[in-house]
Write a protein that binds this ligand. Structure first.
Ligand SMILES: C[S@@+](CC[C@H](N)C(=O)[O-])C[C@H]1O[C@@H](n2cnc3c(N)ncnc32)[C@H](O)[C@@H]1O
Length: 203
């Protein structure tokens, strides 16, 4: 992993994604989470301040060690025990049926083998466990989709593998039989980057 991914991307992401609009979505996504939790693609740890006291243990992973350095300081502030590892979410070392909840925020866009990662999320969830996600992805408007497909090769280079055109609902539906999802464009964002899927899937 090069200098750009390890140093520039984490600093830029921390700046761009710490705004109040993002914070409000993080807070509402995590408000009803409890017990043992796995967060994939924790990034610089911008969700950590929003985990409620009902969480008893938090495991976090990220493939980028440059992200992990920034997340460590925020992990140290958490009310419950935590365990962080630099790991690829496509191959998780955790056993089957381990977690009450798994969380992913703006991360499925960047995972190279996203279906494999979703299969791993499903595997490590306990029966009845829940996967909470907020992700940007493919718009429902064909005119926007055209630009999302056109711009994705550039976006992948600038934003460390991020795709603008992932069909998030279809990807979730391939792995989970039961889920709810809201779709909307994030305020103040162009639809090409701000078309959002927020929901919960149950194992
Ligand atoms: C756009 S950032 C979002 C970070 C964080 N979830 C947030 O909401 O601020 C995407 C994150 O996914 C991580 N990532 C990308 N591919 C990954 C993979 N295969 N396994 C684990 N993490 C991955 C990146 O390193 C990055 O930290």
């Amino acid at each position: 992993m090069g200098f750009y991914s390890r140093l520039i991307v984490p600093a830029a992401l921390d700046w761009v994604m710490s705004g109040s609009t993002f914070s409000e979505y993080r807070r509402s996504l995590l408000a009803n989470i409890s017990g043992t939790v796995l967060e994939i693609g924790v990034g610089t740890g911008l969700n950590l301040a929003h985990y409620p006291e009902t969480v008893t243990h938090l495991t976090t992973i990220d493939v980028n060690p440059g992200m992990s350095r920034r997340a460590q300081a925020r992990l140290a502030q958490l009310h419950c025990p935590t365990h962080h590892q630099v790991l690829n979410s496509e191959t998780l070392p955790m056993g089957n049926n381990t977690f009450d909840h798994v969380v992913s925020t703006w991360t499925l866009c960047s995972i190279a083998q996203v279906s494999q990662a979703l299969a791993e999320i499903y595997r490590v969830l306990k029966p009845g466990g829940q996967f909470h996600f907020i992700e940007h992805g493919l718009s429902d408007r064909p005119a926007v989709q055209i630009w999302q497909h056109r711009l994705t090769p550039l976006q992948k280079r600038i934003a460390d593998g991020c795709h603008l055109d992932r069909p998030i609902q279809a990807l979730i539906a391939r792995q989970f039989a039961t889920f709810t999802v809201e779709q909307f464009v994030m305020p103040d964002f162009p639809a090409v980057a701000g078309y959002t899927y927020k929901g919960v899937a149950t194992k």
